[in-house]
Design a protein around this ligand. Structure first.
Ligand code: MV4
Length: 500
């Protein structure tokens, strides 16, 4: 029986995305909203909308009691958690299911197993999925850590067993650093996660981040929807994602996608999930990192190259349907790129930018998709993630997709907040992006040394060339002029054409 009504326990672009899938399936959608979101786009688009509390996430989108009580009251058959907030909270999932409501996602058990990183590593190792060399049990003492680190070989990573997504990680270069690092790492883990357990991995230098989308129904049918390349990131915040990965060959693609299906089957995974890998370009080895037991921000690039609708598949799976296609029927076609548009100021240490959206015109055209939760007059507040929109393009190959994305970014008009659109344009024309030699360290190594202003000169180079060309044309027409640019890098004042 198809689910009749879904409560969407989220906000912003992902709530809007889920509402669209509900509409296409003829399922009723119920939004929840906080004080700050009273006039938000997801509230306007949903069939029903319910105020749930104050602006702080802890008082609204994280309030388990209120959300489950509301779901029962309004007769929701299921809850879709989106990403973030309660999406990977095993206790929430347990309580949802205990109350007789379907959770659109994996079981609490699978979330728990993958959430505890050493149990995930044991399970992967036993299932033949390659893991980063290191321990599969928490390290009990500094003395044990010293011995194991020596065997693994420096540099190593200390990671919190309860961590993930970059939280609770520490690189250790040599034995002399180990004592203080180990103590600090376990203290921090205890504070952040209420669990001091630490494990050790060999540090992988300059890897790429490649992840595989999986889908599994409740009958054990498990397929992958190929991979995404997500290496362009800063402080664990992805900026650009694409599919297929330009960094792997067909043989590696075959291996990494089968490893992901193996990983999902090992936890009896159901619904949509993502298996993350580090890819070492030097050795061509890939290693399981963690599994994200949720719908991810970057799912649209997979949708565009595999011609699927992952959110509709999630709802159908949760309704008890069998997967409607077999692995052999899934193929990757063309190339998709996603750029995340954030309200932040690149030149002010990426500080979040808040304010009212005074103008918003999104690019349109063949192969262009915008997933956004904002609207003209929306208020971008300090309370939630500063991601404003995802701009996603598809084209027949990577070069054409990059060109299409560049044009779309130039035509993304937004006023009222500062955005990272210029930074995205800077990445798209960078040699290392164009030739696919970028790694997870790309932004740190290539952009940070050029902040706050130097990077902009590179961005404006093409305009400068255009100005010189224009000048030459005008000269031909016997106009006396010369080109000068006085971009000192501080005031962005460009005086391109000066008549004598
Ligand atoms: C690593 C690593 C290098 N070696 N583990 C960061 C997020 C978390 N999922 C795991 N992370 C890393 N683990 C070893 N043994 C480098 C990272 C890492 C990273 C991984 C994926 C995407 C972006 C990253 C940025 C910095 C560090």
């Amino acid at each position: 029986m198809m689910i009749g009504k879904i409560l969407i326990a989220n906000r912003g672009e992902i709530a809007v995305r889920i509402i669209k899938a509900c509409k296409e399936l003829g399922v009723k959608s119920a939004a929840i909203y906080s004080d700050a979101d009273a006039t938000a786009l997801h509230v306007k688009l949903a069939d029903e909308a319910y105020h749930i509390g104050k602006s702080e996430a802890s008082q609204s989108y994280l309030n388990i009691e209120k959300i489950i009580t509301l779901a029962k009251e309004i007769g929701a058959d299921a809850i879709h958690p989106g990403y973030g907030f309660l999406a990977e909270n095993a206790k929430f999932i347990e309580q949802v299911e205990k109350s007789g409501i379907k959770f659109i996602g994996p079981s609490a058990k699978a979330v728990e197993l993958m959430g505890e990183k050493t149990s995930a590593r044991r399970l992967m190792k036993d299932s033949g999925v390659p893991i980063v060399p290191g321990t599969t049990e928490p390290v009990k003492s500094f003395e044990e850590a010293e011995e194991l680190a020596g065997e693994i070989g420096y540099p190593i990573m200390l990671k919190a067993a309860a961590g993930g997504g970059g939280k609770g990680m520490r690189k250790v270069e040599s034995q002399t650093e180990l004592k203080s690092s180990f103590e600090r790492a376990s203290n921090e883990a205890l504070k952040a996660f209420g669990n001091a357990d630490i494990y050790i991995e060999k540090f992988i230098e300059n890897p790429k981040h490649i992840e595989v989308q999986v889908l599994a129904d409740e009958f054990g049918n498990t397929v992958h929807l190929f991979e995404r390349e997500c290496s362009v990131q800063r402080r664990h915040q992805k900026i650009i994602e694409e599919s297929p990965s330009p960094s792997i060959n067909e043989e590696t693609r075959r291996q990494i996608t089968s490893a992901a299906v193996k990983a999902a089957k090992a936890v009896h995974y159901k619904n949509a999930g993502t298996v993350e890998f580090l890819y070492d370009t030097a050795s061509k080895n890939f290693y399981f990192l963690e599994m994200n037991t949720r719908l991810q921000v970057e799912h649209p690039v997979t949708e565009l190259v595999t011609r699927t609708d992952i959110v509709k598949e999630q709802i159908k799976i949760a309704s008890g349907e069998k997967l409607g296609f077999k692995q052999e029927e899934v193929s990757q076609s063309g190339h998709a790129i996603e750029c995340r548009i954030y309200a932040e100021d690149t030149e002010n240490n990426f500080a979040p930018s808040t304010g009212k959206i005074l103008h918003h015109k999104i690019p349109m055209g063949p192969g262009v998709r915008v997933d956004t939760g904002i609207d003209l007059h929306s208020e971008v507040s300090v309370y939630y993630d500063p991601m404003l929109a995802k701009l996603i393009v598809w084209d027949v190959n990577r070069n054409d997709a990059i060109k299409r994305m560049t044009e779309a970014l130039k035509n993304y008009q937004i006023a009222g907040v500062t955005t990272n659109i210029d930074l995205l344009l800077w990445v798209l024309r960078h040699e290392k992006f164009l030739n696919s030699t970028f790694t997870i360290n790309f932004i740190d190594e290539e952009l940070l040394p050029k902040l706050p202003t130097e990077w902009k000169k590179e961005l404006y180079q093409e305009y400068e060339k255009a100005a010189i060309l224009l000048a030459a044309i005008l000269k031909d027409e016997k106009k006396r002029l010369h080109v000068s640019s006085n971009n000192t890098g501080t005031n962005n004042s460009w005086e391109l054409l000066k008549y004598e």
